[in-house]
Design a binder for this molecule. Structure first.
Ligand code: MEV
Length: 313
């Protein structure tokens, strides 16, 4: 019998505070109903490998594939030892890569947890998020850590670099529309672009960063009250600020304009520059909005929040 362990971790949306959170602001994120499954098993080959949607790479090869996952596996091997036998790490993802929906963080979280369980160690959330962050740093440059915490813990979280993560209890589940524009982008490039703007306009940037923290507290209140209208209004303010710091695009602006009838508000979620938007809408307008765009944007879906974080399969 081949020993094998499978775990899954969700993608995420950021409701408010993306980018500013890298510079110390508070941000709010939630896990979504799209997940990554990672299965670790003994390999039949004499080397360890990573396999995902038709691609595969040997752990010790120097090709460009799976840099984050390789970093995670090597770190777990280093810290937990007894992972010397050849392994196969299989990744199956429902989250499009480069969509702003946290696929890389979910892969790193699920991978760390699966490997930890494979060697029979107990799962310490702090260990899992610390190792997953090493994977994130490989691909995102200077990540805040919000993506890995949202994926690990699930639910809704408030996060800042200073205070770390706090779980937010919401009264009722709410539904949001998520639209992936189909335009992939690089998080590290966008983070670097925002840092450049901060250097050019430090005082103005600080005002926006403070405003993002304020919006995050307001978003938490709106979620606690289940107030979609207020949430939408906050999304619109956040979108304006994200546009000012250069992470929206004319294409995204047009998409938001298109779904404005029936929606309370919409914004980029995650790094921007394309990627995905989230929409707060009247519950009875959701299907009309989706029908009006689903042909052009087939990767449109509804997520309810909260959702479960890391789990065993
Ligand atoms: C990416 O999902 C969110 C950013 O704020 C980057 C980060 O916080 O690591 C753009």
């Amino acid at each position: 019998l081949t020993k094998s362990v499978t775990v899954s971790a969700p993608g995420k949306i950021i409701l408010t505070g993306e980018h500013f959170v890298v510079h110390g602001s508070y941000a709010v994120a939630a896990a979504i109903n799209k997940r990554v499954r990672v299965t670790v098993s003994e390999s039949k080959e004499n080397h360890s490998s990573i396999v995902s949607s038709g691609l595969s790479s040997k752990l010790d090869s120097n090709d460009e594939k799976f840099p984050a996952t390789k970093a995670v596996i090597r770190q777990v091997q280093k810290e937990l030892g007894h992972l010397s036998e050849p392994l196969e790490v299989r990744i199956e993802s429902e989250i499009p890569a480069g969509s702003g929906l946290g696929s890389s963080a979910a892969v790193s979280i699920a991978c760390t947890a699966a490997l930890t369980r494979f060697v029979g160690s107990t799962i310490d959330p702090q260990f899992v998020s610390r190792i997953a962050m090493m994977g994130e740093k490989k691909v995102h440059g200077n990540p805040s850590g919000i993506d890995v915490e949202a994926s690990l813990r699930g639910g809704v979280i408030m996060f800042s670099r200073k205070d770390g993560v706090k779980t937010i209890q919401t009264k009722d589940a709410i539904q949001l529309i998520v639209i992936y524009s189909g335009k992939k982008r690089s998080t590290s490039r966008l983070i670097a672009e925002v840092a450049r703007r901060k250097r050019s306009y430090p005082n103005f940037f600080q005002l926006l960063a403070d405003s993002a923290s304020y919006q995050s507290r307001e978003v938490v209140d709106a979620l606690k009250d289940g107030d979609l209208q207020r949430l939408g209004w906050l999304f619109n303010i956040a979108q304006t600020e994200l546009d000012w710091i250069g992470v929206s695009t004319p294409f995204i602006d047009k998409l938001i304009e298109r779904i404005s009838i029936g929606s309370f508000g919409a914004k980029i979620t995650g790094a921007g520059g394309g990627g995905s938007i989230i929409v707060a809408a009247k519950p009875d307008a959701i299907s009309t909005i989706i029908n009006s765009i689903s042909e052009e944007y087939p990767q449109t879906f509804i997520t309810s929040i909260p959702q479960e974080g890391l789990r065993w399969e």
